[in-house]
Write a protein that binds this ligand. Structure first.
Ligand SMILES: [Zn+2]
Ligand SMILES: [Zn+2]
Length: 252
């Protein structure tokens, strides 16, 4: 049902907020006894933000080259895949799909990190930085959840991805976020579209450290199971020692 020996969501220092060499992540995967590790580093396009938390075109060249080198070097020990975590930008759908098609990816993950705001920088909805959390609060949690899930619905309809990453991680660092019935309705709609487009749902184990359960939460996983959506596992490692983190908790 879910492959507990495959970590399908691993970052690299090329995104400027992860640490360690790509090879260190591969070695960590071997040490954990994993069968497969897929790098899934950040692609974003058209984002106005005070720092760059994604790979440039040059970074992606290095990333793919090094990934291929590691795939050859560790053949027979662990499968190394080179994928990409595509951040949704509603204003760049065509360009995003063009980028996806331009390469042969082991996996294309889909996330929605940056909320567009007219006349201002994007808001990073997943950030733990105080400035972002303050802007999310000023925007209003209910309204931002509306926009986050409406955006994600548009994303699953339009972006050619294989997996939806950390589905309910938007506003993950904000306190007292309340889900209303309409948010659950949007989530149900997203899952339904995923069925039609043959997308898998990621169980992202970075959630355990933050809230004692993965992204998405149990209720959404159960909804996905009801629809027979395939589930894939990802640690969202931003440090080598996070590869395969908390995978043993998932079967519970
Ligand atoms: Zn990241
Ligand atoms: Zn990630």
């Amino acid at each position: 049902m879910i492959d507990l020996l495959s970590d399908g969501h691993v970052h690299t220092k090329l995104c400027h907020h992860a640490f360690g060499e790509m090879e260190d992540y591969v070695k960590a995967g071997i040490a954990k006894g994993l069968r497969q590790l897929i790098f899934l580093d950040h692609f974003e396009i058209g984002i106005s933000y005070f720092e760059t938390t994604w790979l440039t075109a040059d970074d992606f060249r290095i990333y793919r080259q090094e990934g291929q080198r590691l795939r050859e070097k560790y053949k027979g020990h662990i499968g190394v895949g080179i994928g990409v975590e595509v951040g949704f930008n509603p204003d760049y759908i065509v360009e995003t799909n063009r980028f996806i098609r331009a390469h042969d990816w082991a996996r294309v993950g889909l996330s929605y990190h940056f909320m567009p705001v007219v006349g201002a920088n994007h808001i990073n909805m997943l950030s733990r930085k105080h400035a972002n959390i303050q802007r999310i609060s000023d925007y209003g949690h209910g309204q931002m959840l509306d926009d986050y899930y409406a955006g994600l619905l548009k994303a699953v309809k339009s972006i050619d991805a294989d997996v939806v990453c950390h589905l309910d991680a938007g506003l993950r660092n904000s306190k007292n976020v309340v889900y209303e019935e309409r948010h659950w309705g949007l989530i149900a709609e997203i899952l339904q579209v995923m069925v039609g487009r043959k997308m898998a749902l990621e169980i992202n184990t970075s959630g355990y450290a933050l809230r004692g359960e993965p992204f998405p939460r149990q209720r959404i996983i159960e909804m996905a199971q009801g629809l027979k959506l395939p589930l894939v596992l990802g640690s969202d490692a931003h440090k080598p020692e996070q590869v395969g983190r908390n995978f043993e908790l998932v079967t519970e």
